[in-house]
Design a protein around this ligand. Sequence first.
Ligand SMILES: [Cu+2]
Length: 210
Amino acid sequence: MFKKGKSLIAAAVLAAAAGCAPPEEESMPEQEAEEVSSDHPSVQNSPIAEAEMINTEETEIGHVRFYEKKDGVMMQASFEKGVPEGFHGFHIHETGLCEANAEDGPFTTAGGHFNPGGTSHGSHVGDMPSLYGMTNGSAYLAGALDRITPEQLVNENLAVILHDGPNNFANIPDRYIQAETGEPGPDKQTLMTGDSGSRISCGVVKPAGA
Ligand SMILES: [Cu+2]
């Protein structure tokens, strides 16, 4: 924005100095217009996959949409209500099954993080940026992803999970000692989950329009 503004001013100054026609401030070069639309896919494109997010009372509180983007996927999450204030772990989990009354706790049926590469948390294909809940309970997040593919989102029967607590992305420096083993650094649980706590919202990722 600033850059463009500056160049317009520069163009105006040049035009004034040359005493010629006014600067062409209205016309956006064709190439630039294309770039803008592909960077903001919600404006023109349709999502490839989407998840309706429910809370533990099975009330819909928001949605997550995925758009195919040049070199990756754009994720847009929007929650109208029900998100506690602060940061929350927010991931794509491996099983598209959102049972609020699951035996092991709400939405545990969604399994662990989607992790086809068998890596540690922070490097999972299903890891996403954290969601920030505002004081009024709403939240909005858009993020570019390039570990997960459009094909996986459409075909793998996945779930988006919102956790109660913040995600540490397994970033536990070696000055921390594991209580159980006395070893430095993150323990097994942290490496798997990022310690984001219980699951407060879940949505099955479905092909858009399905
Ligand atoms: Cu998770």
